[in-house]
Structures are given as C-alpha cells and as structure tokens.
Ligand binder design. Sequence first.
Ligand code: UDP
Length: 231
Amino acid sequence: MNLLYEGKAKKVFAADEPDKCVVCYKDDATAFNGQKKGAIEGKGAFNNKITNFFMGMLESHGVRTHYIKELSDRETLVTKVEIIPLEVIVRNIAAGSLAKRLGLAEGAALACTVLEFCYKSDELGDPLLNEYHIAALKLASPEELEAIKTAAFKINGLLTNYLEAVGILLVDFKLEFGRFKGEILLADEISPDTCRFWDAQTHEKLDKDRFRRDMENVRKGYEEISGRLGL
Ligand code: UDP
C-alpha cells in the first residue's frame, strides 16, 4: 500500500478509491509533543476498535464522520478529508494543561463545559487559539467553525451519556475535523490516547495519562475501556 502520511500513532495509506484512505493504528506512544517516546503492546488494535465503536455510535445519532469500515484489527477504511489544522478540545472537568494553566486542582468541577482550540503545529507546540486567531489565520471559515462547535457539543453529550452508563467519567477529549465535498466530517480518533477517561467511582485514570505520568500498567486504560464497551 502507498503510504500517504505517518504520524505519531497512525499511518495513512492510499485506498483503491481516490476519495478514501486506510488508517493503520500503531503501538507507538508519545507524550509532551514527542519528547517522551515508547510503545504499548496492543494499543493500536485497542484504539482501532474503540474509535470505530464510538464513530459508529455517533453516526447512528446523526454525527457525520469519516468512518467507513473496519478492515482488520489495526486498519480502518475512512473518507479522505482535508484535515482542518485545529485540535478541538472539550473539557467537562479540570485536568491536564487546563488545571496547570489556571491553577485548578485536577478533578475540580467546571461551571460549564469548556471548548478550546489549539493550532495543530508540532513546531509551535500546538498553541492555544481563540476564534479571532482562527479567522485571522484563515484556518476555518465562520460557517465551518459554527459547524465544528455544534458537532463538538453534540459529541460531548452523546459520549458523556454513553460512558456514564458504563461507569466512566469523560473528563476531557480532543477532536479533529476535516472537509469533504463541502461538508465538515469528524475525523481522527476517539480513544484513550485522545480522551481522559476516569473510573466514575474511584477516579482511577483509564487513559494515556498512565503513560504520560509513568504509572504502572500503561495498558490498563485501553483494556478497561475496550472491556466496558463490550468490544
Ligand atoms: N489531547 C490530544 N492530543 C494533543 C493534546 C491533547 O489528544 O496533542 C487530548 C488529551 O488526551 C486530553 C485533552 O486533549 O484528553 C486535553 O489535553 P491537555 O490540553 O490537558 O493537554 P495534555 O495534558 O495532554 O498535554
């Protein structure tokens, strides 16, 4: 297969049809903008099935996504979109960089859901952007940004409710969107690499923070989330 792009956790290959491509999930793990590197055995397969499960669930509730079909334990056929260079971060509870930046305790309640945008740029370290920056840099049109914001809140509601029923707190997560034939589609992944998932009872971390923070059993989040979803 013809490799189109290789990122930190995934490779993207050309598919037979020009409007589609194949995503292949790797076991490689990175954190802190690539400064910490490692591998988590089986992670690629877990993230493939967890992402596809969530994409399918969101599609069934009217969210348009790039997901087409799972091809193997690590590979998925998706619509080839033009990625909008924004990390769209949704936060329900203070954690990670928000807790640090605003001097909040990790786990502190937020009076409302917080939406943040970061510029997808490894060289710049993914800086935080507001809507004026997005307009000034022409990263997305006002209409596209409205569609992204509406989708992000809808996705948050659907994921939060689904996860609550299986005893998981959705603390925060990152989304990416792409353009395809005039439409905005949800792209990239929804997995323990891109979300903070806490056990609702114990607040145990079930996500990539186990790797970021050198905790024991870095595989646990992937296994546990997959198990709770019945995958
Ligand atoms: N996130 C991500 N990729 C990034 C940055 C953040 O998937 O490049 C996710 C991260 O897993 C968390 C949320 O976005 O669920 C918020 O991350 P935060 O800004 O707290 O940054 P971090 O603590 O990951 O550096």
